[in-house]
Design a protein around this ligand. Sequence first.
Ligand code: ADP
Length: 261
Amino acid sequence: LEVTGAPIFSEGRKWKGVVLVFHDISELKHLEQMRKDFVANVSHELKTPITSIRGFSETLLDGAMKDEKMLEQFLQIILKESGRLQSLIQDLLELSKLEREDFHLNIESVDVQRLLHDLLPIVEQHAEQKGVHLRSSVEGETIIRGDSSRLKQVFMNLLANAINYSRDDGEVSLQFEEKEDKVIVSVSDNGVGIPEDEVPRIFERFYRVDKARSRNSGGTGLGLAIVKHIIEAHHGNISVESVVDQGTTFYVEIPKKFTEN
Ligand code: ADP
């Protein structure tokens, strides 16, 4: 709370009282803290792969590259870590684009069912590698107004997460439903689940339930923040149901007609 005050005098310069103005600056302080946390998080996320890239290149130059096995192994690590840096920077640029005042969607007529259907072959390989089975109830045609490449990004992210947080032999399912003036797409898995008290936080930038697992699977911790932005830009809604060790379902609701603000 910030307080400013000024005295009030009557005609005879006699002191009558004071005016106190109370400013609630807790919201501002909170935003400022969030900005600081964000900068600290970004720095940390960038530092980890760079430290590893430097360390392994130095070791190679110090002589380890004479051993062919080590040479290959260390180069693989360097490649993986630089890939991580690249995804992180891509996601950061994407978020900053979405948060710009002048950001707008490219609204067009989109067949959502077709869009979902076409994503399946793209994630199929990822699922196979992880031993995860994909199921889908998507068939037919449903035209809505939306930004097709952004919507693809949303569902790619949710499907990739569902696969990443699955167990071997798990199942990921994609369901489609129409309800009055909106469509509802759900992505479910029977994987690790999310503890109840952490569910509200997973849309925050860099929030991860299990840091090691997220990093190992190439996650940047920014995917769901991006997803939420895109859905809200469509005036839609995303919600989650999850039970630890049983699985998670993300529900995405999007109005069929797009309304300008
Ligand atoms: P990440 O790159 O870490 O996957 P996201 O923003 O996509 O970042 O997700 C944030 C966190 O939410 C993840 O680190 C993970 O802990 C949790 N999460 C997301 N999707 C799932 C899921 N399908 N099952 C379990 N946990 C999930």
